[in-house]
Design a protein around this ligand. Structure first.
Ligand code: ZN
Length: 294
């Protein structure tokens, strides 16, 4: 069962909907960052939402989401594009708050209940679009719901679920974003609200293995969902040795000399995917020679 997302319309196009299965990508993020379960859930929820938001973009557009709460795992940063690729990290992966009385992972404890959620969209124009809202709960889905309503003036319902089992294995991850377009009737809104109120928690649906299409049918009603696009999704970081090398080359010469003479090399780790790149003295010297030739 590979990860994918669907974009759909319902009720004569007055409802726009997205749903995702992100189990493998969340597991990949957890493996790379060695997150503990509550942080896996926090990062996984944000990654799932970010990937769906990426799917709202076109072509080479991309976005960055930053959740800066007052909890120990924050900030959480997610990058996503329109091709179903996303990457992300947390500032502290090894946080282990106690579960809630209900037995659920205490995500808001890890993220924090006060702070902000901001979204920067690079739409290929001179200025980026930026929206920022205060955190509502730190549980992430509610925070995105508030973001859409406030910053994008789009009434939305966001559900995100990550189930972490024994040995930190991600047993299921996924979610949905339902958005009301202008012209949505009261009847449509009532029906969706009723379905949302009656459905099982999203974490249970993803654990049961419901497909994104089935999740949308649960919320919007059988036979109401018109899928308009489907795409594979994955955790993908485009960092490379060459990019890091270019970054080093753009540094001041004295800084590169300091790396050679004082540190005897350079080691740098990509925040997003936790991959480490090592540059020996000789590597740095050849970078400097190349810089001199520019
Ligand atoms: Zn990377």
């Amino acid at each position: 069962m590979s990860d994918y997302l669907v974009k759909a319309l319902a009720y004569d196009g007055t409802v726009r909907a997205y749903a995702i299965r992100s189990t493998a990508m969340v597991q990949e993020a957890a493996n790379r960052h060695e997150t503990w379960r509550t942080v896996t859930a926090a990062l996984g929820r944000a990654l799932s939402a970010g990937t769906m938001m990426g799917a709202m973009l076109k072509g080479d557009e991309k976005l960055t989401i930053k959740i800066e709460g007052n909890g120990p795992a924050s900030p959480i940063v997610i990058d996503a594009n329109a091709r179903g690729e996303a990457r992300g990290y947390v500032s502290n992966a090894q946080v282990d708050p106690e579960r809630k009385a209900s037995g659920k992972l205490n995500v808001s404890e890890a993220v924090g209940t006060a702070g902000s959620l901001s979204v920067v969209k690079d739409l290929g124009m001179r200025d980026n679009f930026t929206g920022s809202v205060p955190l509502v709960s730190g549980e992430i889905a509610e925070d995105f719901t508030y973001y859409f309503a406030t910053s994008e003036q789009t009434p939305s319902s966001v559900g995100l679920g990550v189930v972490v089992g024994k040995d930190e294995v991600v047993e299921g991850a996924g979610g949905f974003i339902i958005q009301l377009m202008p012209g949505a009737s009261d009847e449509t809104i009532e029906k969706i609200e009723k379905n949302l109120g009656n459905m099982k928690p999203i974490s249970q649906l993803v654990q049961e293995g419901l497909t994104p299409e089935e999740i949308l049918e649960t919320i919007l009603g059988d036979g109401k969902v018109k899928v308009i696009d489907q795409m594979g999704v994955l955790f993908q970081c485009r960092c490379s040795r060459e990019r890091i090398s270019n970054a080093i080359m753009s540094l001041d010469k004295t800084e590169i000399i300091a790396m050679i003479e004082e540190d005897g090399g350079a080691e740098t780790t990509c925040h997003f995917c936790n991959k480490t790149y090592n540059f020996s003295k000789e590597d740095l010297q050849s970078i400097m020679e190349e810089k001199d030739q520019q």
